[in-house]
Design a protein around this ligand. Structure first.
Ligand code: ADP
Ligand code: MG
Length: 504
């Protein structure tokens, strides 16, 4: 069990209505594009930003007689994601057709997994601050095809269709309604994104739509959710509305807040919430109805006759389990336990898999806390300022490690180390060689330091008088000596000598 997973649950968000308090209940359906070069049932490329309709196999275009062939890698990616969410893997799953008409859907149906998803129940621990976390249950993950894209804004009279995205593999990750506020919903999506990026199963790019969420929101009275938890009886919960296709963490939070208040106002006014699909308009900051349950699609799901049930072997799943990288929760717990980092620092360092890898390369064989300080304060600080990321950092992990080694061996002081970092940042080079060539080594030679102290004392007789009367003024001499030696004198040695000489 992970130490840092001993947590308490956060308080649910409460909204005060005109007639008392309300609580929020939220469940998410997250669509994550599987990181794969080829599509779910064809060998066409999944590359982003290509010429429209250049990545379309005959089967994607639904040419008559074409048959889908399952991409084993996409299945492995879904299994890996399931294992990352501590979920049950179903050795037998099956594909169904979800039928509807849309110009960007040439097949007239999407291949999905309604009745027998590949992944069953799992969980995600959503961090909400040190020692505070929410456990969100996962209901299922199924594999399905993405649809194409209709383009309505390129021509005043015509619409265009781009099928590059048609047939790209998606994982739909369905949560239980365990999320209790807007911040939690955003943190949940961020956590899924983090886990999948560690696993390499989804690139998590929300801007490109590679990770997007349908957000289900309802409101209830305090105590109702606990009754639902005890009985798993949904009738204790309010009627939900589903906000479609959200691809920004900020908008997810805004939409939930708006939607909850809208529902509260309806109920308090004596009305009833109608179950429906809504869209969020970020410009207006409100949700509006897209379609109600009455006009909801009847998808006429049925098992896809072109595809056999998907049977996978336990040994194959075990092989994938063996190849799993360390996940963020485990890595964070290890940083706290083995390297003595604070939970906060460990969280910062593990937030992105690239940061964690960089830090581990710096910390390897060195003092973990010192490595964390340098990576977080100096490196991340500078990267943020310049709008760079760890992948584009001018200072490599090996170089930063070299700086830390030079401090550790006493070759340079902390102050000089910052200058050295600056040189590495702007000019590059080998840290030890730079220190050698530019004479940046710390002076630990007591004779040399003593001479510098003597010089300063001799040159400032009036200050010496004052400092002898008031020992607090000795700091001035220390400062002068450090200045005279270009910051290279060992400060502790300077302090000792100054005190000795002034005391004499
Ligand atoms: P559908 O497939 O028709 O959208 P599901 O039962 O699969 O219906 O539920 C979809 C999502 O809605 C799930 O994430 C679930 O957790 C969530 N959900 C169900 N009931 C509620 C509710 N009362 N309030 C908020 N979310 C809910
Ligand atoms: Mg739904």
């Amino acid at each position: 069990m992970l130490d840092h997973l001993t947590y308490t649950a956060p308080e649910p968000k409460v909204i005060a209505g005109a007639k008392g308090d309300w609580e929020l209940v939220i469940g998410l359906e997250v669509h994550a594009q599987v990181a794969s070069n080829a599509k779910l049932f064809s060998g066409a490329s999944t590359g982003f930003g290509a010429e429209p309709n250049s990545h379309v196999a005959f089967v994607d275009a639904a040419m008559p007689g074409m048959l889908p062939v399952i991409n084993e890698f996409c299945v492995a990616q879904a299994v890996k994601t399931g294992l990352g969410l501590k979920a049950a893997i179903n050795l037998r799953s099956a594909f169904d057709r979800k039928n509807y008409f849309y110009p960007d859907l040439p097949q007239g149906y999407q291949i999905s997994q309604l009745y027998h998803p590949i992944v069953g129940e799992g969980e995600v621990i959503v961090d909400m601050g040190p020692g505070v976390a929410r456990r969100v249950r996962i209901e299922r993950i199924h594999l399905e095809q993405d649809a194409g894209k209709s383009i309505h804004d390129m021509d005043p009279t015509m619409s265009f269709v781009d099928l590059n995205r048609t047939g790209v593999a998606l994982m739909e990750i369905v949560s239980r309604p365990d999320i209790r506020g807007p911040e939690e919903a955003a943190a949940y999506v961020a956590k899924l994104r983090q886990i999948m990026r560690y696993l390499g199963t989804c690139d998590g790019n929300m801007q490109n739509g590679n990770l997007r969420a349908d957000v289900n929101v309802s409101v209830c009275k305090p105590g109702d959710y606990e009754r639902y938890q005890e009985t798993q009886d949904f009738s204790h919960l309010g009627t939900r509305c589903e906000i479609k296709n959200m691809n920004s963490l900020r908008f997810i939070q805004q939409a939930i807040e708006y939607e909850a208040r809208r529902q509260i106002a309806i109920i308090e006014d004596g009305g009833t919430v109608v179950q429906e699909t809504r869209l969020y308009d970020p410009d207006k900051g409100e949700t509006r109805s897209m379609r109600s349950k009455e006009e909801a699609h009847d998808y006429r799901y049925f098992p896809d006759p072109d595809l056999l049930p998907l049977d996978i072997e336990q040994a194959w799943v075990d092989g994938i389990a063996q190849s799993m990288p360390e996940l963020p929760d485990e890595k964070k717990a290890r940083f706290v336990k083995e390297l003595g980092l604070s939970e906060y620092d460990a969280g910062v360092l593990t937030a992105e898999v690239e940061s964690a890898d960089y830090f581990e390369a710096v910390a390897q064989g060195r003092d973990g806390k010192m490595a964390a300080n340098w990576v977080i304060n100096e490196l991340f600080g500078r990267l943020n300022k310049e709008g760079l990321s760890v992948e584009t950092s001018p200072v490599s992990a090996a170089q930063l490690g070299g700086v830390i080694d030079l401090i550790g061996s006493g070759a340079i002081s902390g102050k000089i180390a910052k200058e050295l970092f600056e040189i590495l940042w702007t000019e590059g080079g080998d840290p030890a060689a730079i220190v050698e060539e530019r004479g940046m080594k710390q002076v630990t030679d007591l004779g040399a330091i003593e001479k510098a102290v003597d010089d300063i004392i001799a040159a400032n007789p009036a200050q010496v008088e004052k400092a002898r009367a008031n020992p607090k003024l000795a700091g001035w001499f220390v400062g002068q000596v450090l200045k005279a030696t270009g910051g290279k004198a060992n400060p502790a040695a300077v302090q000792d000598l100054v005190a000795k000489k002034l005391g004499a």
